[in-house]
Design a protein around this ligand. Structure first.
Ligand SMILES: [Mn+2]
Length: 258
């Protein structure tokens, strides 16, 4: 097969256990899935919140996810390009993956041509109107002084603090779907598209699988997550589909005509 596929995935949150499973179980599942697509994929975009928290303490080893790392190396050895975006839970992802794996770490939204189509790719945190508290916090947390201060704390305490703030952030952002009209990221895309001519907006952050026609030609995809849906989007150059792997009666939220 010559036409290979481009995959998009986000919100895996490695590092936290849920009621359903441990982080290690999720890492297992994710790694097996990644290996299963190795012969199909050409590029894989990880759109943020890959880790539930991340900090590159100089005094300690980076957090270790051996199965995931092994899968990443296998994918790279098969010639697949990988891209990491930071999310609100792993905004301090920095040079570890660039240095150790040669994976670019992208910290802001980008527009990119993929197989001839124009994509807007972002985690999605802090986009659109509102959420001003978080936007201020993000500016502070991404400031080099904050990062330098944080690196002075002993690593164990640092991880504890991080876990705490991560949990709080999750509790805060655990919103349910309140209709397409109230989706901040959809509103953002609609405004953005007025002065752009893109084909796809792909984001994470909402933890909801959404496939929404912004216009007849332009779609917004929210990737769902790997806490509940085990979802991903795949693009073959012509068709883009959002798929859910998890058992259960989950549905994709959509306004598309069948
Ligand atoms: Mn998330």
């Amino acid at each position: 097969m010559t036409s290979k596929q481009v995959y998009f995935i986000s919100d895996i949150h490695l590092g936290i256990d849920t009621v359903r499973e441990t982080s290690a179980q999720r890492e297992d599942r994710l790694s097996s899935w990644l290996l299963s697509i190795a012969h199909l994929a050409e590029e894989i975009y990880f759109l943020g919140d890959i880790f539930d928290y991340w900090f590159e303490f100089s005094s300690s080893e980076a957090l270790q996810y051996p199965k995931f790392y092994k899968a990443l190396r296998k994918l790279q050895n098969s010639g697949i390009s990988l891209y990491f975006f930071t999310g609100n839970h792993d905004m301090w992802l920095d040079s570890y993956f660039t240095t150790e794996f040669d994976i670019p770490v992208i910290k802001n939204p980008i527009i990119k041509t993929i197989k001839g189509k124009q994509f807007y790719l972002a985690h999605g945190d802090g986009l659109g109107k509102g959420d001003y508290g978080y936007k201020i916090l993000k500016t502070i947390m991404r400031h080099p002084i904050s990062i330098a201060l944080y690196s002075c704390i002993p690593a164990q305490l640092g991880f504890k603090l991080m876990r705490y703030s991560s949990r709080k952030s999750r509790e805060r952002s655990e919103e349910t779907f309140k209709g397409f009209d109230n989706e901040r990221l959809i509103a953002f895309c609609e405004i953005h598209q007025q002065s752009n001519d893109l084909d796809y907006y792909i984001m994470g952050h909402r933890h909801l699988p959404i496939d929404y026609d912004l216009t007849p030609e332009t779609r917004y995809i929210n990737l769902g997550d790997w806490l509940q849906y085990d979802s991903f989007a795949v693009f073959d150059g012509e068709h883009l589909t959002l798929e859910l792997l998890a058992d259960g009666n989950y549905e994709i939220l959509t306004n598309r005509k069948p």
